[in-house]
Design a protein around this ligand. Structure first.
Ligand code: SAM
Length: 296
């Protein structure tokens, strides 16, 4: 059933040019318990959506075609509306018809018993590298909370910038050795306004880092990125297919592609999903396999 839907979606997109999302990135609040150096999402006077608003946004996205949803923030585990918490949003998404739910978290609060199908924990390096970007003590809390989470599908997500790039190899090794982590995905910093100083603009350095990641992937390290997707990230010169995800922002704005496209930043994009979505769209077998193993 799920496979049939995916095949049908792909067929219409690839051969009839139908531009409809398969995934929704749904920002539920911009309230956060961290002030990460690379982030421009959190607000000091945060907005939190109601359960009812999120229900409408899930129904809208489902009607658009999306079948996977990622709850984003702010910090999603802080979200509450009366007695509802983010677990109730996962249940609601499943009831709406979504195939699977994901939560992206900084893992600073315990999240044992999470009903999301998969959890992405943001880990920007090991030890002091992570703490430099996210604040003192954040790495130790992350390690403790993922160990206590008991979640069977937990992966980590690293954003590489000019403060932590020397730690990429160590972070990948850490992901392999930690029994609570399934995979690691590697992204590069995208220089949104106010965070430009962290951007790695030197393409030679970026290529060197990516070549190392490809080497480790080929050596069997649990890296989520496909080799095709990684190669595309070296120059960033490929046609973006980021309409595969729709985005619903904290203020309720409904975007039919990545918000980066609206601020003209795609040529400096570091989100690995940009390359992965292009590689899926052009039927690269290794990326298709990575996508299936991640999603189904
Ligand atoms: C905005 S955070 C919100 C979710 C949660 N609070 C967390 O820290 O994972 C979502 C993801 O976006 C990433 N991110 C934030 N700013 C970024 C940037 N400028 N470039 C690339 N990734 C970024 C974070 O590292 C994190 O993995």
């Amino acid at each position: 059933m799920k496979l049939l839907y995916l095949a049908w979606w792909f067929f219409r997109a690839r051969f009839f040019g139908r531009r409809r999302p398969l995934q929704t990135v749904l920002f539920i609040s911009d309230k956060c318990n961290l002030r990460c150096k690379h982030c421009n999402v959190y607000r000091d006077n945060p907005t939190t959506k109601t359960y009812q608003q999120i229900r409408e946004e899930l129904e809208y996205s489902y009607r658009q075609g999306a079948r996977f949803v990622d709850f984003e923030g702010g910090e999603p585990f802080l979200w509450k509306d009366g007695n509802f918490d983010v677990n109730d949003l996962c249940d609601l998404a499943k009831k709406t018809g979504f195939f699977s739910t994901t939560i992206t978290t900084n893992a600073q609060m315990p999240f044992a018993g999470s009903r999301a199908n998969s959890i992405w924990v943001s880990m920007d390096g090991t030890g002091k590298y992570h703490d430099e970007i996210r604040g003192e003590g954040t790495f130790d809390r992350l390690v403790k909370n993922i160990a206590n989470s008991g979640h069977r599908h937990l992966s980590v997500n690293m954003v590489v910038n000019n403060r932590n790039y020397e730690n990429v190899e160590a972070a990948i090794k850490f992901a392999k050795e930690n029994p609570h982590i399934e995979k690691i995905s590697i992204n590069f910093h995208t220089p949104y306004e106010g965070t430009e100083h962290l951007y790695i603009g030197d393409l030679k350095l970026r290529t060197k880092i990516i070549d190392k990641i490809i080497e480790m992937k080929r050596a069997g390290y649990p890296i989520m990125n496909s080799v095709s997707g990684l190669k595309l990230m070296k120059t960033n010169k490929f046609k973006k297919q980021c309409w595969v995800s729709n985005f619903i922002m904290t203020d309720g704005t409904r975007l039919d592609t990545c918000p980066g496209a609206y601020v003209d930043i795609c040529d400096r994009c570091g989100f690995c999903m940009a390359g992965e979505m292009h590689a899926v769209y052009t039927l690269r077998p290794d990326t298709l396999l990575a996508g299936f193993s991640l999603r189904l």
